[in-house]
Ligand binder design. Sequence first.
Ligand SMILES: [Zn+2]
Length: 413
Amino acid sequence: MAAVATPARPPLLIAPALPYPPPEVRAAPRDGAGVVLRAVLRGGPLARTALARATGLSPAAVSRHTAELIGLGLLRELPPVAGPPRAGRPQMPVEVDPAHHAACGVHIAVDMMTFTLVDLRGAVLAEERIRHRRSAGDVLGRIRSYLPGFLARRSRHRSVLGLGVVTGGWVDSERGTVVEHSLLGWRNVPVRQVLSAATRLPVHVDGHARALARAELLFGAGSGSAELVQLFVGNVVDAAIATGGGVLRGRSSGAGDIAHLPLGVPGPPCACGRSGCLQATVSEHTLGRRAFAEGLIERPDFALLLERALDGHPAALRMFRERLRMVGRAAALLLDVLNPELLVVAEAAVVHLPDLMADLHEEVAAHSHLCADPEHVVVPTSFGEQVLAVSAGAVVLDAVHRRPMELRTAGSA
Ligand SMILES: [Zn+2]
């Protein structure tokens, strides 16, 4: 049996702190190592000849970048593929090495936050949830105090490439601030500044829909796609738009704000002063309150409503189906405006009650002028119950997979 060359233990690495995310809309130099790493992530294990074909890089460039990535512990070689003897050295395929590094993430929801560790392929290694009291001081303070113990318990000697912090609402990823999150009551919270100083990790801050779009492009349903729309329906409802393999931020980092999209049907009053806005109509908070008012659950708690639906309670199931119909109308509008290859939905029913996808598809078919095959275009999130955990890690992984050579050794200036 052929021995596999074992590289020396790779150095501890951390991801580049600034700028993040790369300004895709501006011209950026092509990072050959990143192109190779993403090709292996998408199609690996791959031999170097196949990598040259997949990337359009020269065999010499592929060999150089592959050696660099193996040296950083990002790729590893596999034993040569058995086959007829051929001239030259045997081909050693390479694959992404998930053993040495991890991305840490924190997803901030309205009442809970999720701490996570994710490997280079997007697999969730650890996930822990704690409650918080919504104020920025409380949330950031809890992250500071909880993170060291979480990493000590869960990182298992992996080097942590950075901390991703994601949440809903309006997030300026370039400055690393949450500009506005009305449900948390946050305005202009300098998340990266506070947490960089406290953790000494590179901190990447983004909206959770944009983070999920990046995850779908890297290792989910959108792998290999150029255009994708990510729809997120929780307490916050928002979207992200990926084009040309990058995710649109917009002039003021506000792209994808669909909370106040008018559905054109009577709906509950919204904080904006109108009624029938998408978020106010379909949010988990709204559904929980409605179910409580209708006597379906003993307190206004969305998780209880989901439990009822999973038990097959007809009225609970009806509420989820009605919600998916409303989501379908919003999806149809986005499909007509943007005409993406895929529209990915992260929502409780599509994760936990997949039979209900038919309602979503029917509503899209009834309202979209362009999308004739919603069952192929409108798909559930690739990450199931781990959707929050993956979104938080994905902002770090996106930086690593795009520009791996900007990783720097931990402790170096
Ligand atoms: Zn509104």
